[in-house]
Ligand binder design. Sequence first.
Ligand SMILES: [Fe+2]
Ligand SMILES: [Fe+2]
Length: 280
Amino acid sequence: MTFRVAQISDTHLSERHPGFTANFDALVEHLRAAKPDLVVHTGDVSAHGELAGDDLRFAKRKLDAMGMDYLAIPGNHDVGNDPGLGETPANAERLARWKDVFGHDHFVRDVPGWRLIGLDTLITTTDLPEAEAQFQNLACALEGAEGRSAGLFLHKPLCEEAMAEEVITYWSVQPGPRRRMLDLLAEYPPAFVASGHVHQWRDRGVVEGLRQVWAPATAFIVGDTWQHRTAGAGKPVGYVEHLLHADGRHECRLVQPAGMATHDLGLLPGIYAPMRRLAA
Ligand SMILES: [Fe+2]
Ligand SMILES: [Fe+2]
């Protein structure tokens, strides 16, 4: 038996941004035909959920209306970012707002032959009690997998290029929590680590002992004028289909549903702060 997971990411839903909603609707139309066994959303479900507004509830209504089994973890636009990165840090108030709408900010789901684990990577550098509890839960979830293969879902990727990176960037899990996660993963290696956030598609294969998969965004890309294209990465919109074979084998592929527009955030002023052109 093969269990099919559709990993969708970065839908940035808001009633104020109909173009992003149209991309989501096209994606859902495709998913209804493809009939995955489970949809996993790897964060930035909303455009401005980190601010006090209605975007989280709007996104929840849209996800519920898919009529499919789904799990979601938050992104920086849902619960705020790592403290020190920007004006809206993840904190108790923002996390409570997420939980009020979506329930949990992390998950464990067992499917045939597999244990799927979703984490909230935005709280890992906060001093919230939930941050420590999440590490404990991760340790328990990995230890208790009992012969199942494990698949990890994150918003931010573990690193950009190398696990030894020490520079704090907008794009990946910070070095401190990354080391702590890697210590746990070294003992119980997952079959893959799948993430969103970068708005680039990248199947790196096994790197530093971990298969790392970056899902493309649903809502928009950030064009090369404003965001470096990571080596080996592409900038489509779409989703990732993961095939989880009951014997532990894992395959994945990029899917680009018809009707999704490749919006470039750099050409959409007013949605977020103006983007700066990269130096030539
Ligand atoms: Fe995003
Ligand atoms: Fe993000």
